[in-house]
Design a protein around this ligand. Structure first.
Ligand code: FMN
Length: 433
């Protein structure tokens, strides 16, 4: 059996804007309905979780301006207030929202996550990111962003501070002893007195322990330091290393790093990105895929803008019909995602050809009828050795229905995904096999 998650890749943003099957975008932007309905579809389908991406910047690296982001609607509302609304619309599915360890003070993070874990009745998760562009750092009063590896050192200390705050109340500190007028036992509440190089916090929290005590932790950075951080702290990792070898290598690496941190590889569930293209028949799915590829190749600005964001390099300055100059893997942004591209750039192909050869973030290509795609998913999971897939596609009702009502039932009938949620909390369900 394996797990399914959905990467809501513009967070509480706009999806399908100006595209076919976009629905009534004006009705969906900055409103909860699409996300509530999506969560219901995915829970019905047997998904373990949804992961809401986030960024605290209006992209302005591509062409040195936010004009592209504004025209294309690359906006994001704050995902945190959406979480309890999605939880109220569902009963079991896990809901992960993204938080930047570089900008959230640990006390605010610990208390907010604790409160959201209460409001979701134990179904909240935090996706820990270090954030990338300088512009994001400037929104928080910094001159420029911290250097890549330093950000992970900070993140490690940050999560230790947050955990120290969660631990300030012992799990059984609340007694509700009405007869004696005692709400909580003060002997079971402690100061955190956390003193680090980057963060210090006194504690204790002024909120009661949450159903999961520590909400689920998710992480996505795939550089060496990113993997080490994830192996030390994450319950689940979302991975974008392409190909069976890349996926298996990531899995093996995380097992080794988890063991070095006194954990078991089984404690960390690794989900690999996929973007399945489905149809009633294989032919229909391939026709869709060809049309999608042709549309992407006819206008590559989306890809260029995304690459500009993750690397901090304005990709509009390069000629599409020339090979690229040497680009370092060690950009101060999303190193692991950019290194996949930088490697392709060294092949001597033109920029246009490189963009064509990797249009998205998927790890394996999945195209066909639900039966064909399910066959391939089963095969890939066997070869990789776990733990599941994370779907990344625009969060439109059509895509949700294709996967939730088309693909998932085939997987469930074959016993490949869960058919229900045996436990109350997100972590218990996630780690139940
Ligand atoms: C699937 C996936 C999802 C991600 N989601 C976010 C996100 O929501 N917000 C963000 O700032 N970074 C996000 N990132 C970036 C990573 O969290 C990380 O900061 C980045 O990859 C840099 O780390 P690395 O150099 O270790 O790869 C994501 C990366 C991947 C692969």
């Amino acid at each position: 059996m394996f797990r399914l998650g959905w990467f809501v890749n513009y967070g509480f943003g706009a999806y399908g804007w100006n595209q076919q099957w976009s629905g009534n975008v004006a009705q969906d932007v900055a409103r909860p309905q699409l996300f509530e309905q999506g969560a219901q579809i995915l829970e019905n389908a047997g998904f373990d979780y949804l992961m809401l991406e986030d960024a605290s910047v209006l992209y302005d690296i591509y062409q040195g301006s936010f004009a592209y982001a504004a025209r294309r609607g690359l906006i994001r509302q704050d995902p945190m207030p959406l979480v309890p609304l999605m939880a109220r619309a569902t009963k079991h599915v896990g809901i992960i929202a993204t938080m930047s360890t570089s900008f959230y003070p640990p006390f605010i993070a610990a208390r907010l996550a604790n409160t959201l874990d209460h409001l979701t009745e134990g179904r909240f998760g935090l996706n820990l990111v270090t954030s990338s562009p300088h512009a994001a750092a400037q929104n928080f009063g910094h001159e420029k962003h911290f250097e890549h590896d330093l950000r992970y050192e900070m993140a490690d200390e940050w999560i230790r501070a947050v955990k120290a705050l969660w631990n300030t109340w012992e799990p059984d500190a609340v007694v509700y002893d009405e007869a004696n007028g005692v709400f909580a036992d003060p002997d079971k509440i402690h100061y955190a007195n956390f003193q680090g190089r980057f963060f210090s916090t006194r504690g204790p929290l002024n909120s009661v322990p949450s159903p999961q005590y520590h909400p689920v932790l998710c992480q996505a950075g795939g550089s060496g330091v990113g993997r080490a951080f994830a192996a030390a702290h994450a319950d689940t990792i979302i991975a974008a290393d392409p190909g069976i070898d890349g996926m298996r290598g990531y899995r093996d690496d995380i097992t080794r790093l988890a063991e070095e941190n006194g954990r078991s590889g089984k404690d960390v569930k690794l989900l690999h990105l996929i973007s399945p293209v489905l149809g009633d028949t294989d032919e229909e799915a391939w026709a869709r895929k060809r049309a999608m590829n042709a549309a992407a190749d006819a206008d590559q600005t989306n890809q260029l803008a995304a690459l500009s964001y993750i690397s901090g390099i304005d990709m509009s300055t390069f000629d599409l019909d020339e090979p690229l100059p040497e680009l370092s893997d060690r950009v101060n942004g999303h190193q692991s995602s950019f290194s996949v591209f930088a490697k392709l750039a060294r092949s001597g192909k033109t920029l246009r050809e490189i963009l064509k050869s990797r249009r998205g973030q998927e790890t394996v290509e999945l195209v066909g009828s639900p039966q064909t795609v399910a066959d391939r998913m089963e095969e890939v999971m066997e070869q990789v050795g776990g733990d599941g897939f994370l779907v990344v596609m625009p969060f439109t009702r059509r895509n949700l229905t294709d996967v939730g009502d088309g693909l998932a039932p085939v997987l469930r009938r074959r016993g490949l995904i869960r058919d229900g949620y045996p436990y109350r909390t997100f972590r218990e369900n996630l780690t139940s096999f």
